[in-house]
Design a protein around this ligand. Sequence first.
Ligand SMILES: [Fe+2]
Length: 197
Amino acid sequence: MGQEHITNYGYAILYNIVKPHDENAAQALLMVGRREGLHSEWYKKMTAFQIEDNPGLIVQVAEGLRWMKMPYNETAPDYAEHVREWFTELGGSTEKIKQNMGRFIYHPLGDIRNTGRLVMDIGAQEGRDIHGISLADIRAAFNQYEMIGGPGYGLMGEAFMEKLGIEKPLKFNNHGPVGRARGLLRTFVANRMDFDI
Ligand SMILES: [Fe+2]
């Protein structure tokens, strides 16, 4: 799902570069890019169906995302270390990719609590912590006390979206004492999250 999306974005960048010079080549890039877009949609929907059927698969999705590597790492390892720099030079934005990936994660999971669950699964698998408390321990506490766990995962999911700067599809309500307190907590957690792609 992620690979297809990044590939599609790569074709869009190439299309913009090539278009002023060669219309036919640009159209070819557009056609291939659209196929990659279709592939990513297909994987997104298939992931959604599977998670709807068995929410426990979120752990596997987390693992897949954690180990996701673009094929060029194997097909052209000598160039792989330059890809990020070339990508930026050609007008690509890693921030935009992160945001799109965030949306891609949110949609198949179906709700913000599942998004938080996935973020915590990835963080726990990577041995990360928030303020010195391991995510694995926080996750264990969430799972032990459903009363904290549900809203807790929701807060983690919101913090993830805030960190990536994704405003839609969620609208955070920061009004009133409860909204303000939640906003503070969300920003506190978001500021302690750190992602890379
Ligand atoms: Fe593809």
